[in-house]
Design a protein around this ligand. Structure first.
Ligand code: FPP
Ligand code: MG
Length: 326
């Protein structure tokens, strides 16, 4: 998926130029003391990705005139490096062998190296965020805590008395919504947005994050062209909205599917069967309706922001995330 800012040509050009410069800065920040560290840290950065978080910083920074290009780019690099660092760790936890269409770092190197390269990139993000100021450092640290706790909650699963869907949505908010919200807020901060505007950007980002992750989970089931192995979440037994909805139901015709969804699916034939049954199931439509509802909510938070190309672009980004298929 390529994200595009098509609302205003001049604005799209500025955003595109900034994103190019951010790519160079990302490459520079992967530079380590040895060629091996540089190579391993560049591996997932070079694999590309949607760059949604940098895009949110850059677009959010356009809400008010006068933001410094250098500050915008540093803030964007911080959120993308944090994201990439978390992916190095996430692929270890998920035992994934593909990331962004290329070999995951844990597969290419090993688990220990992948974890430490994630730490290295997070250290790089920390150095850069320190140059932006203490409010940025504080928000970055709170975001990191949410990312980690979201991941821990996902790993442990719902505890006795927890509603599985509510638990899942909290995981989504913490492990995905938090950093996407912070990206939009960083954009607002660099252009001097008012506190109410920063709150709106945070609320928008939280919802956009949910939209993004819920559609990612649908795509894991529905698409063959994501650059990741289809059904990775199913195979690992990671709960997602569609699978939780199947499990919450009591339709006897779903008995076989519910049995398959009870844990990890190690057998290739059983995984193929589970994918086939999930793809044909009405819960996929139900999940898509929920994605659409939350996208509308995301956009409604933008009402308090100044009208203009940046706000239009934030609306458009939301629509693109809803309609993506890969
Ligand atoms: C992808 O989830 C993973 C995340 C959104 C964040 C995971 C957070 C951590 C591992 C902890 C944070 C660590 C650092 C160093 C910041 P997914 O598995 O649902 O998505 P996928 O399909 O892209 O793998
Ligand atoms: Mg994963």
């Amino acid at each position: 998926m390529t994200l595009e800012i098509g609302v205003d040509e001049a604005f799209a050009q500025t955003v595109g130029d900034r994103l190019k410069s951010i790519e160079h800065r990302l490459a520079d920040s992967a530079f380590g003391q040895t060629p091996f560290v540089t190579e391993a840290a560049s591996h997932i950065i070079n694999a590309g990705g949607k760059r949604l978080r940098p895009m949110l910083v850059v677009v959010g920074a356009g809400l008010h005139p006068g933001a410094s290009a250098d500050e915008i780019e540093r803030a964007a690099v911080v959120v993308e490096l944090t994201h990439v660092a978390s992916l190095y760790h996430d692929d270890v936890m998920d035992e994934a062998d593909l990331r962004r269409g290329t070999e995951s770092a844990n597969h290419r190197y090993d688990n220990s190296i992948a974890i430490m390269i994630g730490d290295f990139l997070f250290a790089r993000a920390s150095s850069i965020v320190a140059t932006l100021g203490v409010e940025y450092v504080a928000l970055q640290a709170d975001t990191f805590a949410r990312l980690v706790q979201g991941q821990i909650a996902e790993t442990r699963g719902p505890q006795a008395g927890d509603d599985p869907v509510g638990h899942y949505l909290q995981v989504v908010a913490d492990k995905t919504g938090s950093l996407i919200a912070t990206s939009a807020v960083f954009g607002g901060m660099v252009c001097g947005a008012a506190p109410a505007e920063l709150r709106a950007l945070a609320a928008y980002g939280e919802e956009l994050g949910a939209v993004f992750q819920l559609s990612d989970d649908i795509i894991d089931i529905a698409s063959d062209v994501t650059g990741k192995t289809p059904g990775t979440d199913l195979r690992e037994g990671v709960p997602t909205l569609p699978t939780l909805l199947v499990k919450a139901g009591d339709d006897p015709s779903d008995a076989r599917l519910r049995q398959l969804l009870q844990g990890q699916i190690d057998d290739a034939d059983e995984l193929a069967e589970a994918l086939r049954l999930m793809r044909a199931h009405p819960v996929l439509t139900q999940a898509r309706v929920e994605v659409e509802r939350r996208a509308q909510l995301a956009k409604s938070h933008l009402d308090v922001l100044p009208h203009g190309t940046a706000r239009d672009a934030l609306m458009e980004l939301c629509d693109q995330i809803v309609s993506r298929t890969a």
